[in-house]
Design a protein around this ligand. Sequence first.
Ligand code: UDP
Length: 327
Amino acid sequence: MSNVLVTGGAGYIGSHACKALRAAGFTPVTYDNLVTGWKDAVKFGPFEQGELSDRARLDAVFAQYEPVAVMHFAALSQVGEAMSEPGRYWRNNVEGSLTLIEAATAAGCLNFVFSSTCATYGEHDNVVLDEGTPQEPLNAYGASKRAVEDILRDFGAAYGLKHVIFRYFNVAGADPEGEVGEHHRPETHLIPVMLEAIDGTRPALTINGTDYDTPDGTCVRDYVHVMDLVDAHVLGLKWLQDGKESRVFNLGTGDGFSVREVIDASRAVTNREVPYSEGPRRAGDATKLVSGSTRAAAELGWTPERSTMPQMIADAWRWHQNGHYEG
Ligand code: UDP
């Protein structure tokens, strides 16, 4: 079976990608430093612990496994943290990715699937966000991801490295079979934070700003189920293996949900109250991020199957109640 090097394979999205790769007949080789990931989440292939910045270690892993492609998930990914600690984001996400990209190129592993983000777009009033929208990130997280996109383009031109870049909108839900799920310490993302408020693990959810120019004053996001998201990655890998050109794809559903709408949906799905309070805006947040692209559907044949809000919350809630990692 063909090996695929999955950086961040012990993290939320990476672990689901490993499951999807395995199901598609690949062997996912997880490369992760376990700073935010969990060894318990590595269930579908070999595990190699290491830093993105460790070129010698990366070279040894490429030599041992001879992967046909890299899927690069490993990154710091919190907007709030990126605003207060930008240096960590540039060092880890950009310098680390550059080292990985150089190692992959030197090893002759020229198919590269990259996790980028809608945060690279920034604030665009009344503009449909598609892959051609100018990238004007509002925070160091988005800026660091945009920089890696640029590195991939330059390495494509210079060395023939082929890429598929996925710009994710907001990823939610969990493996419906319960093998893997979302587990951050501390948790900052809206849906899992809300589930912690619902079950009393935390006192309440704080809504980050209620004075945005949206119908109910709270930020609007486009949520996509993690299983659908990782299916797109397998399609992206096959795209590269078929010899097609480097390409960027938005991964979102095109439906926007405000924070208040997500709270309402969670109340309906869990049949429990959602304790919340209203707080100030979070620095770096765009008002509205909703995909306006059908490119992934049209070109990759991607059809999201679980990305309804009730399904994403139900799957996240099941994992929240039944699943966890020890280490
Ligand atoms: N959010 C919130 N309270 C929280 C966590 C998030 O109001 O405890 C808001 C956040 O400001 C944003 C939306 O929910 O408008 C989604 O945030 P998340 O951190 O889940 O993802 P992001 O959009 O930053 O990738």
